[in-house]
Design a binder for this molecule. Structure first.
Ligand code: TYD
Ligand code: MG
Length: 441
């Protein structure tokens, strides 16, 4: 058998062992992969009907109908519901609430008359029952099994013929003919490939949970991302009760949707309007506070930037920044002094990004400058106004990507105005009820 090594954190394959993955730069992440780089030999066994057909004769997936979960935040992220035969990978750090979300989704589906099967290799049946009792009523169409042997799981699916299958988690499954331990790259990949094939054959939507840790210590969902149809990540800070479900890959829907939840005693509660999460409690306009629509990966969120500019009595005025790059701030201060004629060299400047978020985008430049000037002049910016745009060294405001998505988010969260680069606004649909005007300095 050909030997190969695969990176646990990004899935990069190399013919020899390396101390550091050349793809993602992680140290000591390469492990031996018994399957070799071309995984899944012998899995694609449907050789009987090997002929090509016209694409127009193929029935569309949506004809079969999506299965709506009935939780708006989940359905939106999925692109309208589960797709028959689609494989969804739900990744996230341990303890973030994946099992809770999955069980809630299954209970909703069961409530709509679906026959669902939840296979857990992590918890005993009585533990599952305990959790379900906290979350609500368990109906008779929700079947559970505590099993980690893949062959037996597939046998169960054949017997029970559920309309939705859920696996918690893929790291506990062990496939036959693979010598390595459950959770290894080869096991996780082989198990997923089998579930994928079974799902497609039976037109069964499959949801699998995969744990991921920051340092990729266990063979994580990363190595599966290219295999599955949809990749959802469930994230959040465990010290806060808010959780975000976001799609990073979706063959059947958009990828820039996020779903926001709050973890309560009785499970996850949907948060239909997450603006209050990230925006400060701004009842009236105050000097130095500006809102910017940022892209966090693929998702837009509104963030409040606060600036405080005050006279300095130090030889070297203070520049204290939380959640933003200090060097970028120095650059923006220089641009503001040069092109706006404001005097900042003798001022202490404090910048804070509310909500503990870190901004790394240049799209927030315009908002930072607006906040600085607003605080300096003790003039609030108009309430309900957002700012975005990159600021160049010559003082020009440059366009940034995804302007339409940002603008939509601003409008969705009930703001009434947005100041953005003129170039970026070309060809963009102005939100309903808004007026578009051009300002030429
Ligand atoms: P869990 O779904 O077990 O996490 P994961 O499957 O991602 O490892 O959720 C674990 C946390 O959720 C645990 O710390 C307790 C909390 N929780 C609640 O706050 N309320 C609830 O109703 C439930 C079921 C869990
Ligand atoms: Mg769990």
């Amino acid at each position: 058998m050909k030997r190969s090594f695969v990176c646990k954190s990004c899935g990069h394959v190399s013919p020899k062992w390396l101390g550091r993955c050349p793809e993602c730069g992680t140290w000591e992440s390469m492990v031996e992969d018994a399957q070799g780089p071309s995984h899944g030999h012998g899995l694609h066994g449907d050789t009987g009907s090997f002929k090509a057909i016209a694409l127009s004769d193929v029935s569309s997936l949506d004809e079969g109908g999506r299965i709506e979960v009935g939780m708006d935040e989940v359905d939106r992220v999925l692109g309208g519901g589960l797709v028959p035969g689609g494989l969804v990978l739900l990744g996230g750090e341990p303890g973030i609430g994946k099992s809770t979300l999955l069980l809630q989704v299954l209970m909703r589906l069961e409530g709509k008359g679906e026959r669902v099967l939840y296979v857990s290799g992590e918890e005993s049946l009585s533990q599952l029952r305990l959790r379900a009792d906290r979350l609500g009523r368990c109906g008779e169409g929700l079947f559970v099994a505590s099993e980690s042997d893949l062959e037996r799981v597939l046998g169960l699916v054949n017997d029970l013929r559920p309309s939705v299958l859920a696996i918690d988690s893929v790291q506990t499954l062990s496939a036959p003919d693979i010598a390595s331990a459950p959770g290894s790259v080869a096991q996780v990949r082989e198990s997923t490939a089998w579930l994928m094939r079974t799902g497609k054959r039976l037109s069964l939507p499959v949801i699998i949970i995969g744990h991921v840790t920051k340092d990729g210590a266990i063979a994580g969902p990363r190595v599966l991302e290219h295999l599955v149809d949809t990749v959802l990540y469930f994230e959040g800070d465990r010290s806060y009760s808010f959780r975000i479900l976001r799609s990073v890959k979706n063959r059947y829907g958009p990828t820039h949707e996020i779903g926001v939840f709050e973890m309560r005693e009785t499970g996850l509660e949907e948060v239909p309007n997450p603006s209050r999460l990230f925006l400060g409690q701004q009842a009236s306009a105050v000097p130095g506070s500006v809102i910017v629509p940022c892209m966090e990966g693929t998702r837009p969120i509104l963030v409040e930037i606060q600036a405080l500019v005050s006279p300095s009595y130090l030889a070297m005025p203070r520049r204290t920044v939380t959640g933003f790059d200090t060097n970028r701030l120095a650059l923006l201060i220089a641009v503001a002094e040069k092109h706006l004629g404001v005097v900042l060299y003798d001022k202490d400047i404090f910048i804070n990004v509310a909500g503990g978020i870190k901004i790394s985008e240049t799209a927030s430049d315009l908002a930072i400058i607006a906040a600085l000037v607003s605080s300096l002049q003790e003039q609030p910016v108009c309430l309900g106004t957002a700012f975005f745009g990159e600021v160049g060294l010559t003082g020009e405001v440059r366009p940034v990507g995804r302007a339409d998505i940002r603008l939509n988010e601003v409008a969705r969260l009930g703001l009434r105005r947005c100041v953005m680069p003129t170039v970026a606004s070309q060809g963009i649909q102005v939100p309903e009820g808004w007026m578009s005007c051009r300002w030429i300095p």
